[in-house]
Design a protein around this ligand. Structure first.
Ligand SMILES: CC(C)(COP(=O)(O)OP(=O)(O)OC[C@H]1O[C@@H](n2cnc3c(N)ncnc32)[C@H](O)[C@@H]1OP(=O)(O)O)[C@@H](O)C(=O)NCCC(=O)NCCS
Length: 170
């Protein structure tokens, strides 16, 4: 399988925040943003693998800024690293100033998707070839995030998490 670049899976979803999608403070409800990010990430994973993909885990979400009703929200997702059947998807969330059009980063998240066959069995995906400095940085850190996610899920013994141990032991 030919390696692919993050740009080949990049998926950008732009949409408004409607009143029915907000919390009592009139800001975007967290679950609604999670759903938008899951949708964008799923399309990115499908573009990379050209397979059926399922969400395996949500590794990290930071709701750094509230997103007010009426905001134009852009969810920007791309595969940051692919392993055997799993893919890490990095998602940046931007909001657009109503008057100037200037974009501010509101949130970010990291999801793991797995490509599966018609019976739901994990199947191989192409490797990722990062191009930009940011893509290279995200690619390099993805292995330790995978190990952390597996350890937290009880699917990897901490003693096997070599990259994680290297981070803490220096
Ligand atoms: C995700 C799923 C396919 C993994 O199946 P599994 O039996 O654990 O399969 P494996 O152990 O072979 O793991 C497959 C890959 O997923 C990765 N993986 C599994 N759980 C993971 C986790 N919590 N975090 C990160 N990666 C994970 C494994 O490391 C492996 O990656 P690799 O092939 O790239 O090395 C399976 O758990 C599943 O179908 N879950 C339901 C998915 C779903 O319905 N999502 C929507 C939620 S409503």
């Amino acid at each position: 399988m030919e390696p692919k670049t993050p740009a080949q899976s990049r998926t950008i979803l732009t949409d408004l925040v409607l009143p029915s999608e907000t919390n009592p403070l009139n800001n975007l409800f967290g679950g609604e943003l999670l759903a938008r990010m899951d949708r964008a990430a799923s399309i990115a994973a499908r573009r990379h693998s050209r397979r059926i993909v399922v969400t395996a885990s949500v590794n990290h979400v930071a709701f750094n800024r509230a997103v007010p009703v009426g905001s134009v929200v852009t969810v920007d997702a791309a595969v940051s690293r692919a392993f055997s059947s799993s893919m890490e998807i990095f998602i940046d969330v931007w909001i657009e100033d109503r008057y100037s059009g200037e974009r501010t980063k509101a949130n970010e998240a990291i999801y793991t998707f797995v490509a599966v066959d018609d019976t739901g069995k994990p199947t191989k995906v192409p490797e990722i070839r990062p191009e930009t400095d940011l893509e290279k940085e995200r690619y390099a850190a993805a292995l330790r995030r995978k190990q952390l996610s597996l350890v937290l899920a009880g699917k990897m013994d901490p003693s096997q998490a070599t990259e994680l141990k290297a981070l803490f032991m220096g």
